[in-house]
Design a protein around this ligand. Structure first.
Ligand code: NAI
Ligand code: NA
Length: 396
């Protein structure tokens, strides 16, 4: 079967197994090129199949020779329909890890559920004993609460007033004005329930209760801040409330881990093209200007460069982990540099359908988006029959 990108709105319905494999191999190669990191050896990654979580798993395994357990929610391929990119990424990761002699197993299911937590605890008990690093990198639009059974849906909306700004449709390149109505009713509470810190704390409580955390265990969750341009819809919007909650949860978890000298951190990462961020209005325009400027300055990073730097320059230096005045690790430091943000503010005013191809990196955006699904990688023959990828026994 020849697999091509099939777009519907902001999503791509198909994904390419060979391209996803190439993506994973490229990331492994990058991590290896940066040398050994004296990091954690037994690592649990929750949200391990794409984006920052996949990059974290790869950095642990191929930067520190760590044994990894990955949790994710992906679709395996079935007759006539390709699997989701995260499934192919994980299959490719496990194959590469096993070839390198590294322990790697995965659980494909709902991380919010008691069942998947139970399965994970049993797997750790059976295979690894104790964990010393837990990366929490879930991005989900929904969560079924494991205690109440209520289905919460997160929304990406401003709070209080309508937000109006420019945005771009990165498929067509058309820049237009968009208005987003403020959230209503339980939107904030629902968004906090899905993307806040409650589930993170539940994971850590469950691991601690069964003595599966090593002394000095560290856990890290990912957050975002961004510029004032996007504040109303991001950091001061519904999703921002969830991130506030996530960040506050880090302190609560650190308190709960006193007896084992464990610590919880939030790392604030750079804005990048992922399935989640493409769906937020305004953000794609911001990212296309950001990419252009950061590439020109030689400071552009993707997920793997971000996470490799997080590990090497922040988490595992042998010194105390540097944080901002709110206790957060900042790996968005280059994105937030004054000179970068000043340039974006200027270009933002100039951005039109006509000017954007010149002043922004729409092409880079589009390529990164297709890369998420395994398309447009060098070294992959997309005209060849895409091999059926069979099931991988270490993914249950
Ligand atoms: P992503 O969509 O690439 O990855 C999400 C992961 O969560 C995948 O592995 C997916 O399988 C898993 N997942 C989703 N629902 C699940 C469920 N119910 N059970 C088990 N696994 C589930 O997202 P991305 O962008 O890597 O986001 C990860 C974190 O990084 C999020 O907290 C996000 O807010 C944060 N972040 C993202 C930025 C961006 O620009 N993309 C910037 C800074 C932070
Ligand atoms: Na992730």
């Amino acid at each position: 079967m020849i697999i091509e990108p099939r777009m519907r709105g902001f999503i791509c319905l198909t994904s390419h197994p060979k391209g996803c494999e190439q993506n994973v191999k490229n990331q492994i190669k990058y991590v290896k090129s940066k040398g050994h990191i004296e990091g954690a050896k037994k690592v649990l990654v929750i949200g391990a199949s794409t984006g920052f979580g996949l990059a974290s798993r790869i950095t642990s395994a191929f930067g520190s020779d760590a044994a990894t357990i990955g949790i994710f929610f992906e679709k395996p391929p079935v007759e006539g329909r390709p699997g989701s990119p995260g499934w192919y990424n994980s299959a490719a990761f496990e194959n590469e890890a096993h070839k390198a002699g590294l322990y790697a197993k995965s659980i494909n299911g709902d991380a919010f559920s008691n069942e998947v937590k139970r399965q994970t605890l049993d797997l750790i008990k059976a295979d690894l004993g104790q964990i010393d690093l837990i990366i929490y990198s879930l991005a989900s639009p929904v969560r079924v609460h494991p205690v109440t059974g209520v289905l919460h849906r997160s929304v990406l909306k401003p709070i209080g007033t309508t937000y109006t700004n420019k945005t771009v449709d990165f498929h067509t390149g058309i820049v237009s004005e968009i208005s987003i109505e403020p959230c209503q009713g339980d939107d904030i509470a629902n968004t906090v329930a899905v993307m806040g810190g409650e589930d993170w704390a539940m994971w850590i409580d469950a691991l601690k209760a069964e003595n599966l955390l090593a002394k000095g265990a560290t856990t890290v969750a990912y957050s975002y801040i961004g510029p004032s341009l996007t504040e109303a819809v991001y950091r001061k919007g519904t999703i921002g409330r969830a991130k506030d909650h996530l960040e506050a949860t880090a302190f609560a978890i650190t308190d709960s881990l006193k007896s084992i000298e464990g610590k919880a951190f939030v790392s604030v990462n750079k804005a990048l093209v992922t399935q989640a961020s493409s769906a937020i209005p305004v953000i794609p325009l911001y990212i296309s200007l950001l990419y252009k400027i950061m590439k020109a300055e030689g400071i552009h990073e993707g997920c793997i460069e971000q996470i490799q730097r997080l590990y090497q320059d922040r988490l595992f230096t042998g010194k105390p982990i540097p944080t901002d005045d709110k206790g957060r690790i900042r790996i968005d430091d280059w994105e937030m540099r004054d000179d970068v943000q000043e340039k974006i503010a200027t270009l933002w005013k100039q951005a039109t359908t006509e000017s954007l191809p010149e002043i922004g990196d729409l092409e880079g955006y589009r390529k990164d988006f297709l890369n998420l699904f395994g398309f447009e990688f060098e070294g992959v023959d997309y005209r060849a029959d895409a091999e059926e990828m069979v099931s991988v026994s270490s993914i249950v």
